[in-house]
Write a protein that binds this ligand. Structure first.
Ligand code: PEP
Ligand code: MG
Length: 568
């Protein structure tokens, strides 16, 4: 029977297809004793061969998608399962009468215990790899099918608790036409990933896993957040029509490709892109982005087991710089913490991670980490138009301390005659009320601003950007948020520095006229939003944008503001 659910529309588009649930199965390891140890060991060896074949195939896909380094992690897994101490250990246990599953589990556990006892961070990092190898081997031994995201049937709608960067490996728009999750909000990183893949997504749906079945037909509308399970023929026909209209509109946007980004009365603004990887950078160029307004470098640190080296980072930044030639590339220094975790850094669990040890706070205390990243960014600056963006700055002390470390790093490179851009601009993310209220001071000591509305909204209204229970309160239309944005832009203008917005609000069609009226110079949006943002900007002239902004400034509640903006 048809049922309707509502979540947060996180990536636009209509998806009509069949559900595939991504759930981790509970592994009940059999403990039946074996009668023929020889045959059991042969069974184990056969599965090892299959494991190796599948892992190398996955590594190849990764190599093509993201690069050599990520693939090396999987190649390391092949080395682990071929390690004589694992193979001999399993053989011994099987000869003692254990089945292959028990034998492998025991041997892996012994290694995990030894590694954890060392307390050495590098040795402990290997635990994740052994766990991974163990789980995938056990699934193969027990005949539990692993879902390969690279080989899904067409019209698949993925259903998961959450959508993580690792799930994007091999994921193709050709097969996956929708993503549904129980967790996440519009600005959570799962939403940002879905939008960068251009796959319709609805997040934050209550009891989703419990109420859906594999193979069930479903429809999702990634804009309104509406989902139909087992739709009837009439609903399906209606959404097929809407899908058609959506695709035609998308096609019509192509007329904005190659055009300058300017208002109806000829004021030009920059339309840049937010990226998290080399692949995103290529997408940004394909989608006609005019440069990079935000490179979220923390994604280079995620989904791996150790810190990327200076060389690895240098290569990544240099590649992006080379793609964009003279166009600006804004590289944000590491912004971890909050909802972006890096397990191998072994940071303590915190009661309030969004108010805790994150971003610049980590960089200013673990300066080796910061200096390595700065060296690689500065070295890459010899290959393109790079600027540095500092996240989560809340005081002048932090800004000055970060700038001092940048200066020291520059001196170090100069002494070694390593080339870099001497006058590299240094900008500040304005994403907290503290930074907003002293943005007149920051404007005197920085080269540019970037407004991070994703965080600015959560800190201004005191509403966690990922909390499903209060997601209705998370809005850029709150009068306090709009005043904050307008104030930041005014302060930047007074000091004559450029101001960009890299939060998701920059691509919100209803906010664009207000941002133009406030004087925003640069919009940085996901690659898939470039053409639509250009189209909306072209619709407005100064007179109309200012008139709307004046009307909004007279309103006192979010609802009134939202209502007025929806009319335009
Ligand atoms: C922001 O906070 O608006 C931002 C762009 O950064 P992130 O989403 O990575 O926190
Ligand atoms: Mg932020």
């Amino acid at each position: 029977m048809i049922s309707m659910k509502k979540g947060i529309g996180a990536s636009e588009g209509i998806g009509i297809g069949y559900i595939l649930k991504l759930e981790e199965p509970i592994l009940n390891i059999p403990n039946s004793p074996v009668e023929n140890a020889h045959d059991e060991f042969i069974r184990f060896q056969n599965i090892v061969n299959i494991f190796i074949e599948k892992t190398l195939a996955m590594a190849n896909i990764l190599k093509m998608q993201t690069g050599e380094k990520e693939a090396e992690i999987l190649e390391g897994h092949v080395a682990i399962i071929q390690d004589p101490s694992i193979i001999d250990g399993v053989k011994e246990k099987i000869e003692e009468g254990l089945c292959a599953e028990q034998a492998l589990s025991n041997v892996c556990q012994t290694f995990i215990d030894i590694f954890s006892a060392t307390k050495d961070p590098l040795t402990m990092e290997r635990i994740t790899d052994i766990e991974d190898v163990k789980t995938r081997m056990l699934k193969l031994l027990m005949g539990i099918e692993e879902v390969s995201l690279a080989a899904l049937p067409q019209n698949t709608i993925l259903v998961a608790k959450d959508f993580t960067p690792s799930m994007t490996v091999g994921l193709s728009k050709k097969h996956v036409i929708g993503i549904l999750t129980e967790l996440g909000g519009y600005t959570s990183h799962s939403a940002i990933l879905a939008r960068s893949l251009g796959i319709p997504a609805v997040l934050n749906i209550k009891d989703l896993l419990q109420e859906t079945k594999n193979g069930q037909e479903a429809i999702l509308d990634g804009e309104s957040g509406i989902v139909f399970l087992s739709p009837d023929a009439a609903t399906k026909a209606q959404y097929q029509q809407e899908q058609q209209t959506f695709l035609e509109n998308k096609k019509s946007l192509q007329t904005y490709k190659g055009k300058p980004t300017c208002t109806k009365d000829g004021v030009t603004v920059d339309l840049l892109c937010n990226i998290g990887s080399l692949k995103d950078a290529k997408d940004a160029l394909d989608c006609d982005g005019e440069g990079i307004g935000l490179f979220r470098t923390e994604f280079l640190f995620m989904e791996r087991n150790s810190l990327p080296t200076e060389e690895e980072q240098f290569e990544a930044y240099k590649e992006v710089a080379k793609i964009f030639g003279n166009k600006p590339i804004t590289i944000r220094t590491l912004d971890i913490g909050g909802d972006k975790e890096i397990p191998y850094l072994n940071l303590e669990k915190e009661e309030n991670p969004f108010l805790g040890y994150r971003a610049i706070r980590i960089c200013l205390s673990q300066t080796d980490l910061f200096r390595t990243q700065l060296r690689s960014i500065l070295r890459a600056s010899a290959y393109g138009n790079i600027q540095i963006l500092l996240p989560f700055i809340t005081s002048l002390e932090e800004l000055r301390a970060a700038k001092e470390i940048i200066e020291e790093t520059k001196r170090e490179l100069s002494e070694k005659n390593i080339p870099f851009k001497k006058d590299i601009p240094i900008g500040v993310m304005i994403e907290t009320p503290a930074a907003t209220l002293i943005s007149h001071l920051f404007a005197k000591e920085s080269d540019f601003f970037s407004i991070g509305t994703n965080d600015l909204i959560q800190y201004t209204i005191a509403v966690d950007r990922g909390n499903t229970q209060i997601s209705n309160l998370y809005t850029p239309y709150h009068p306090a948020v709009l005043r904050a944005i307008s104030h930041i832009i005014t302060c930047a203008k007074k000091e004559g520095i450029p101001v960009c917005m890299c939060g998701e609000a920059a691509a919100d069609p209803q906010l664009i006229p207000l941002l133009l009226s406030y004087g925003l110079d640069k919009f940085s949006v996901g690659p898939n939003s470039v053409l639509n943002t250009r189209k909306i900007i072209a619709k407005w002239d100064k007179k109309n944008a200012d008139s709307l902004a004046t009307q909004v400034s007279a309103l006192t509640t979010t609802d009134e503001i939202k209502k007025l903006l929806t009319l335009h």
